[in-house]
Ligand binder design. Sequence first.
Ligand code: PLP
Length: 384
Amino acid sequence: MKELSKIIQNLPQSGIRKLQDAAREIPDAIRLETGEPNFKTPDYICEAAAQAMKDGFTKYTAVPGIKTLRDVIAEDFGKRLGIGINANQIVVTGGGTMALEIVLGCIGNPGDEILVPDPSWPVYTMQVLSNGLTAVPYVMPADNGFEPKRENIEPLITDKTKAIMVNTPSNPTGAVFSEETVKMILELAVKYDLYVISDEMYDFLTYEGKHYSLKAMDPDGRVILISGASKKYAMTGWRIRYAIASEKITSLMNQLMVATIGNATAVAQKAVEAAITGPQDFVEFSIKDYKARRDAAVKIFEEEQVGFYYPHGAFYIMVDVACCHMDSEEFALKLLAEEHVAVAPGGTFGESSKQMIRISYGTEMDALCEGIRRMCRFIKKYSK
Ligand code: PLP
């Protein structure tokens, strides 16, 4: 038979998925590799979804999402970002990957280059490549708190550069970009006429400092904000994400939605609408809980004198494992086999984090602390 897609055959594998698969084989493994809240979706959200199903809300919806949900998102983001947003600037789609797929599909032409942070969530690079575009990594230097400097980005820009992807607060580093960094990126975007794809999934999770939204400072409609309910409302399985962009971009996205997903799941849209309009106590509680876990994790690393990078947002910590002289995937697989602790290998996020591993503190406190202690023991054992 003729050859299947070369592009898909050559896509890089996600090191996180590899560790997840390996961890499933070890039933008592402590799971620190996945970026997923340990909480259940709050009851008021599930009840709204159940009611919607009973009411027969089980049909196709408008392609960019139900108007009531888009109105609610527009109002929520408009208020928080201090800018005017209307429902036509919103496209509600499946999970994060689908939102990126649609955005990249609408802005890229074959041969275009997309600047991708290094380190970053591995799906960015996969999505760029699967759209037939070229991923150009820009380094987020660890010694600058994983915030990019102008010199990490500007020399990489060519005539083919179409967009820059940005993620603050960051997965995997927990970095929260300063206002200065955000302004620098937007300045470059204007100077070289680039679109900005800003993934602000963790905007609610900054423990120190402030989250600066690139969309809030969008000079002329070039910023596409991607956000969603997965982490904020513990709704990873509901698969809803949204993009906020100029109407010129969202009308093209609607076109691609027709050709791909059609519309996001009807009942999940109702659930997200309930999440945003309902009581926000769960979000407030979870922020405090994540911060307590971050503080407990940091304390153990400090006590054990194991090198790590202090995170100010999201729920991830990068740990320095250079002293073990192992490839990060080898480290992660060996740690899993010996100590029954699963972590994400740094190499999957980019070249610059090959000597690191990422832990997620989406896991509950006791397991998190036990997992970190075992990991510190392992690092000391193999440290040369
Ligand atoms: N964007 C970032 C930065 C993430 O860390 C993740 C998940 O880990 C996603 C997007 C995916 O979110 P979703 O559950 O909406 O697919």
